[in-house]
Design a protein around this ligand. Structure first.
Ligand code: NDP
Length: 624
């Protein structure tokens, strides 16, 4: 379906716009903030079971390994690939799902795709000889790429699937981590990597009566194709043709699955609390002959270029050219115009003015696009986002707004209040009952939750210190990865590191390099332990004091997981959301120098073994 041209935006009345933004935010502020959501435990536990791989019984595993990695998503895959390249084969990847893929194993909802360009989002493209089919690829292709990485680097023999870690405990006497799982396994690992991801555990909306619904229901990350029919590859969900389907939520997930739901359901009711901003997608196929012509090392160049433009920096060209970099381009052009080529750093007055003007202009365009596409005036009004673009995850789609023109698709706007209640037969909004056969929760993930709660297990370091308790007042790390008191542990966290939200996998592949370099060094010098010094960690954490998480200022934003649901951000939230003050590219450059220096400043290597007992020296094992 083609996109009609949007009406040119009117000049912006800044004051009126800000007033409207504040009104819309205030409507949505709730006293229970992030506590409004329910965990999928107890009576909701079935909502997070694995619908894709049947559980088969197996004998418990008891094993010693050099490296155990928790999580088989892109984090574990990048780590596995790098470790193998560095000659560290004695590796075990423990994964709750039935295969590799992480979020792309779980999220198989119809229409699922990645709205970061495949050229930068898919890791290890050159190493695996992969040509993405399109600029933005669909979930099945991403999952296939994850499996390809595992095959190319021979990681399947190193995997323990359908296995959930229940406890991670440091054994001081043996200088090893003890890992216990829900299968009764006991793994003793010299080093442990953790790639449990920020979007790992689904959450449910805390709507009164949610437990009463007697129709069929599921969370988008556990799509029930047995009920809906169809396939993740896009075959029609023929079993919905006589069904009244409701979906709660209009975030990035919903935006992608609503078009196929609108196409296939008898009636579709979309229960909206806050509309997403929907910019153009403009997807297109990748020309294989153009791709063939790229020089070796192209992916690193593209990654740096994208990160540069995303970090408020300047780059002579925009290789990716998408909605993420467009905002950066607009800001850059304005900064140049306002400053007359004088340097203007992110955060300077000129930069902030350029940012505000660009943002207002973009949001006016986005609202004008709604008017240009959606036929029903009232529906169009409700679909307009009234906040600054980066307050919420920006979305890009060329069929979402159009779906509201399909007969049988109904937007039920809740005026910021959310669904009133749920009963046995359906959903109530503003005193009206909507009878439903199926209710789908597109209510997101426990992004801001404590690491322990998110990954479903606790970690006990030296002297039995619990990581969750140690971080009760916020994360304390060196580089987002190492934690004092938790030796030989490597946490893949985007926070307190680059914090590059627009391209999560870039953070992950850098973390894999760092973890591999440190482990390789520890093995080479025979160090049984490596740990962040308290002084280095505190110096690192100290730089986040007063460093606001986003340049928007959280207080002005409509609530969501980007801003702690609008609840005031204290020290804990500030530290949990902290990013390297000088930006992602500066962090990547810093960490590259740190790795290459070989000094690993801030880490202490201890309990050095006699040379005879050491692991073999580095073997450069090329990818197959
Ligand atoms: P989100 O957390 O973004 O959205 C949850 C939705 O549920 C929101 O619209 C929220 O409204 C709504 N909601 C919550 N409670 C209620 C209620 N009581 N009544 C009505 N509505 C309610 O989850 P998503 O799964 O959409 O996205 C999560 C993240 O996953 C994204 O931000 C993105 O990072 C990632 N993602 C990435 C994609 C990609 O292309 N790379 C694609 C899809 C997801 P409100 O906004 O008012 O809180």
């Amino acid at each position: 379906m083609s996109t009609p041209a949007a009406t040119p935006p009117r000049p912006v009345d800044r004051e009126a716009l800000r007033r409207r933004y504040r009104q819309e935010r205030d409507k949505r502020l709730r006293a229970d903030g992030p506590k409004q959501y329910l965990e999928p435990t107890g009576r909701f536990a079935s909502l997070v079971e694995d619908p894709y791989t049947p559980r088969t019984e197996r004998a418990p595993v008891s094993r010693d390994v050099t490296v155990a990695f928790i999580g088989g998503g892109f984090s574990g895959l990048c780590a596995g690939a790098k470790l193998k390249q560095a000659g560290i084969d004695d590796l075990l990847i423990i994964e709750g799902g039935g295969d590799f893929g992480g979020v792309w194993y779980w999220n198989r909802y119809p229409g699922a795709m990645c709205d970061t360009a495949a050229m930068v989002y898919l890791p290890l493209l050159e190493e695996t000889g992969t040509v993405p089919s399109r600029k933005y690829v669909f979930a099945p292709e991403i999952h296939a790429h994850a499996k390809r990485i595992a095959e190319v680097f021979d990681l399947y023999p190193n995997a323990l699937f359908s296995t959930k870690v229940e406890r991670l405990e440091w054994d001081e006497a043996a200088s090893r981590w003890l890992i216990r799982t829900d299968r009764g396994d006991l793994i003793r690992a010299r080093f442990v990597g953790m790639g449990t991801g920020p979007l790992h555990r689904p959450k449910l909306p805390g709507i009164p009566g949610i437990e009463l619904f007697k129709g069929h229901s599921f969370h988008t990350s556990r799509w029930d194709y047995r009920y809906t029919g169809g396939t993740p590859a896009g075959a029609p969900m023929e079993k919905l043709k006589d069904k009244r389907v409701g979906i709660v939520g209009t975030g990035a997930t919903s935006v992608q699955c609503i078009p196929p739901l609108a196409r296939d359901s008898r009636e579709l009711y979309v229960f909206q609390r806050t509309p997403s901003s929907i910019d153009v997608r403009n997807n297109h196929e990748i020309d294989a002959s153009w791709f063939e012509g790229l020089e070796a090392g192209w992916q690193r160049k593209w990654l740096v270029n994208f990160a540069q433009l995303q970090s408020g920096g300047f780059a002579p060209e925009d290789l990716v050219q998408d909605g993420w970099t467009e905002l950066a381009r607009r800001i850059r052009d304005r900064v140049v115009a306002y400053a007359g080529n004088q340097p203007a750093r992110p955060g300077s007055d000129i930069y902030v003015r350029a940012y505000e003007d660009s943002d207002d202009e973009k949001m006016e365009e986005i609202r004008a696009r709604v008017d240009a596409i959606v036929a029903d005036r009232e529906t169009a009004e409700h679909l307009k986002p009234w906040y600054r673009q980066l307050c919420k995850r920006p979305c890009f789609h060329d069929e979402y707004l159009q779906a509201y023109n399909i007969e049988g698709t109904h937007l039920v706007d809740t005026d910021g209040k959310g669904v009133e209640r749920i009963d046995e037969t359906g959903v109530w909004v503003a005193g009206r009952h909507y009878p439903l056969d199926c209710l789908i929760f597109a209510s997101g993930f426990q992004f801001g939750a404590d690491l322990g709660r998110r990954c479903g297990f606790e970690t006990y370091g030296r002297d039995g210190r619990m990581l969750g308790a140690y971080w009760a007042d916020g994360m304390r790390t060196l580089h987002g990865m190492h934690v004092h008191g938790f030796p030989n542990l490597f946490i893949t966290s985007i926070m307190q590191g680059a914090g590059l939200l627009s391209n999560i996998t870039h953070n992950l592949s850098e973390s894999a390099e760092t973890m591999t370099a440190v482990i390789r060094h520890a093995l080479d010098i025979g160090a049984r332990e490596v740990e962040a010094s308290e002084a280095a960690q505190e110096a690192w954490v100290g730089q986040f004091d007063g460093n606001v998480r986003s340049m928007l200022g959280d207080a002005d934003c409509t609530p969501g997981y980007y801003n702690n649901e609008g609840a005031p951000a204290g020290q804990r939230e500030r530290l949990n959301g902290a990013r390297y003050p000088a930006g992602a590219v500066a962090f990547f450059e810093f960490i590259d120098r740190w790795r290459r220096s070989g000094d690993f400043e801030g880490l202490a290597f201890g309990k050095i073994e006699p040379a005879a007992a050491r692991a073999p020296k580095r073997l450069d094992v090329p990818a197959k």
